[in-house]
Design a protein around this ligand. Structure first.
Ligand code: CO
Length: 427
């Protein structure tokens, strides 16, 4: 039975990731999931109608989304999870087309976030994002996705660089431009995207377009022990957080799942974890429920945030990169992340709470810390607590090749995370 649930969750996760080539698509698909379960969409520019026992979601910028479920009675605080909707990729620049000697048409692109450049070479790529145009009620935005193997970034042949296997330094301007056709294909991709958006090409006033890896998610391993796909960091955690929130009815706490855009570029945008988005949503919800400022402060002091962003698994070929004693593995359960200088927000208290949640859910947990001589990455927890200061634990699922265009994780772990988060939301 448990194996069946896990299969179903993995298939749903794969469908979600395959259909979410950009943060805009991820937020839209999460919104659809929520609307299908009876959640009401609240628009930030209108006054909110909020009821006890209600379920709501708010979308900011089309790329960040916060869902909230409210109990029937006065809550003690908030039980919150956070994840991110964006992943490292290439963004198309304005006037992106470059003809090469009347032979090829290339695209001028720039890095979005810190990716492993080589993983974008020699594989089918496509273009997705949003286009903005003047509609009847002002500026309107539409999601677009070419859904075609439209581009490739070709490597240089080994015959032209015999030292290639000693390591290559890729220049993001000159080495990473994809070809999208012959020189006379100029204008085609914008025309196709305009057609898909249902507007004339000349009406499009703005675009946020990205390259994405066309490879689909799949199971990997002779025993199917692993799963692989693009954007596992952090769509796995975004999917698990929303799935858990949808499945559990809140009892004593207001349950919240926040999925923020722009984690990969520092979270400093109006819709990022360092914005007022979460604070605005919590304050407005409480205001409409008649919860006063003093009660709201008391609730924050009795709240908990699980910041969920994938973690580095022990690498089979490079175990020396892992810490001496904190070495998470694929399928080993929830990874609790620690950092002495608090780039991960975990402390003794929040770690103990997280372990207790895992124990009650019957889910294994493990720990991660950087080697003391490796700087490591950052995540959402310590950033969002600058805006909404609550007890926070940083966790994630173990994965390999973080920020590759195709990443690998443990097939059993998605079920581990959903179970743990359901237990958290339930009590
Ligand atoms: Co991440």
């Amino acid at each position: 039975m448990k194996e069946q649930t896990s299969q179903k969750d993995i298939q749903s996760l794969f469908a979600f990731i395959d259909n979410s080539p950009t943060a805009y698509h991820a937020a839209a698909n999460l919104g659809k999931m929520l609307a299908g379960e009876g959640f009401v969409c609240l628009e930030e520019k209108r006054a909110w109608e909020v009821q006890w026992g209600g379920k709501y979601y708010v979308n900011r910028n089309g790329s960040s989304i916060i869902a909230v479920t409210i109990p029937d009675k006065q809550p003690r605080g908030f039980h919150m999870t956070a994840a991110h909707s964006d992943s490292p990729c290439f963004k198309l620049k304005e006037t992106a087309e470059i003809a090469v000697d009347d032979l090829y048409l290339k695209l001028n692109v720039e890095k979005y976030g810190g990716m492993i450049l080589s993983t974008w070479l020699d594989r089918p790529l496509s273009i997705a994002g949003r286009v903005v145009f003047r509609g009847e009620k002002g500026m309107e935005s539409r999601l677009v996705n070419l859904e075609k193997d439209a581009a490739v970034i070709p490597n240089v042949a080994i015959h032209m660089n015999r030292d290639m296997n000693k390591g290559v330094e890729y220049n993001p301007q000159t080495d990473m431009e994809p070809i999208i056709g012959k020189a006379d294909a100029r204008g085609t991709y914008l025309r196709e995207l305009a057609k898909q958006a249902g507007v004339a090409e000349s009406e499009i006033q703005g675009t946020d377009l990205f390259l994405y890896n066309r490879e689909k998610c799949r199971r990997i391993g002779i025993d199917d022990a692993f799963l692989a796909g693009p954007r596992l960091d952090d769509l796995e955690c975004a999917f698990a957080g929303m799935t858990a929130l949808i499945k559990e009815k809140p009892a004593e706490y207001i349950n919240v799942c926040a999925v923020f855009d722009n984690e990969e570029i520092g979270s400093g945008t109006k819709q990022g974890a360092d914005s007022t988005f979460l604070k605005d949503v919590l304050e407005r919800i409480c205001g409409r429920l008649g919860i006063g400022a003093e009660e709201y402060r008391c609730m924050l002091a009795d709240s908990f945030l699980i910041s969920a962003d994938n973690a580095h698994a022990l690498h089979p070929n490079h175990p020396e990169k892992a810490d001496a004693t904190n070495r998470p593995v694929l399928n080993g359960g929830i990874v609790i992340k620690y950092h002495g200088s608090q780039r991960y927000a975990t402390d003794a208290f929040s770690a103990a709470v997280m372990k207790d949640i895992c124990n009650r859910a019957g889910v294994p947990y493990q720990s991660y810390a950087n080697r003391s001589d490796i700087a490591g990455g950052s995540t959402l927890g310590n950033i969002s607590t600058a805006q909404v200061s609550v007890n926070t634990v940083d966790i994630g699922l173990a994965q390999l090749a973080m920020h590759s265009s195709y990443e690998t994780a443990g097939a059993a772990d998605i079920e581990h995370l959903i179970s743990a988060l359901r237990t958290f939301y339930r009590d």
